[in-house]
Design a protein around this ligand. Sequence first.
Ligand SMILES: NC(=O)C1=CN([C@@H]2O[C@H](COP(=O)(O)OP(=O)(O)OC[C@H]3O[C@@H](n4cnc5c(N)ncnc54)[C@H](OP(=O)(O)O)[C@@H]3O)[C@@H](O)[C@H]2O)C=CC1
Ligand SMILES: Cc1cn([C@H]2C[C@H](O)[C@@H](COP(=O)(O)OP(=O)(O)O[C@H]3O[C@@H](C)C(=O)[C@@H](O)[C@H]3O)O2)c(=O)[nH]c1=O
Length: 288
Amino acid sequence: MTNILITGSKGQLGFALQNVEQNYPKFNCYFADKNQLDITKPNTIEEFITTNNIKVIINCAAYTNVDKAEDNEGLATEINKVAVENLALISKKHNVTLIHISSDYVFDGTSEKPYLETDITNPQNKYGFTKLKGEEALQKINPANALIIRTSWLYSLHGNNFVNTMLRLFKNNKTVKVVSDQKGSPTNATDLANVLFTIIPHINNKNVEIYHYSNKGICSWFEFAQEIANITKSECNIVPISSKDFNSKVKRPKYSLLNTEKMQQTFHIEILSWQDSLKQCLNKINKL
Ligand SMILES: NC(=O)C1=CN([C@@H]2O[C@H](COP(=O)(O)OP(=O)(O)OC[C@H]3O[C@@H](n4cnc5c(N)ncnc54)[C@H](OP(=O)(O)O)[C@@H]3O)[C@@H](O)[C@H]2O)C=CC1
Ligand SMILES: Cc1cn([C@H]2C[C@H](O)[C@@H](COP(=O)(O)OP(=O)(O)O[C@H]3O[C@@H](C)C(=O)[C@@H](O)[C@H]3O)O2)c(=O)[nH]c1=O
């Protein structure tokens, strides 16, 4: 049995991992939310690791409110950078495999082809900036077997995300305006959760490795919203708008498609299209 600690377990990825855990009987998972284990408290984390003989940490804890991060850079930095640095130090000291999740928002969105792991980063907002600082801190400490997995547009039926926001807006509005000039790929949190558990036995790297993971294909947020409406048979009128007409002070990348070849080839995984995976997710609504 491999003992795994999942931090931020009440978030959408943590919750997705909890939902699929029973399919991986070789893992003994400890799911810890912010109240049980605050990642900004290194002593508590270290004690937990040693007491429970933890061999792998999946760090799902993060400051993810992109709008609020603009005014709360200090707190976002504590969680997305300083805490990651401490997790890296603890992982190195105790020989723990650290899987850290990062974001497409580390890129500036000026590329015209899917971003490679080696492409230059240049975050456009504070959230992306603090996520990049977390990546850099982890790379500097460089514990063996550590991974940075960048993902994009994560969603599930649990928690705060674009799909749940749209489902709520569709119910209460005749028209919803959605930006059509930002493109990327949605990622079903359940797919990512399965991938994380699948790759754990095959992790073997001396230096920190970065991988990209999202569902296949590309869409704009507008097209994503349209597909959510189609699948759920919503009659809400979805209107495309440009980013400048959306009321937000945050700059988001215009294009943040991630190239997932490295992940697929290294770990021999298949990836579903964003449309098929979205259907799988939304079909669960009827079964709830
Ligand atoms: N959501 C997305 O679209 C994307 C997310 N990512 C990355 O994926 C990872 C998982 O994201 P996601 O599941 O969506 O995030 P969520 O915001 O759903 O979950 C993050 C969890 O971390 C918790 N948390 C916050 N601070 C601490 C702390 N100090 N100690 C322990 N837990 C804490 C939060 O608790 P509370 O809510 O109570 O503060 C929340 O439960 C993150 O690293 C994120 O940056 C990458 C790309 C896209
Ligand atoms: C709610 C809403 C959003 N939008 C736009 C704003 C934005 O450009 C886009 C998505 O909105 P969100 O608030 O979900 O965006 P955001 O919180 O920026 O989503 C991001 O979260 C972080 C954590 C990540 O790491 C990213 O990969 C990405 O998923 O849709 C509309 O156009 N109309 C709307 O009614």
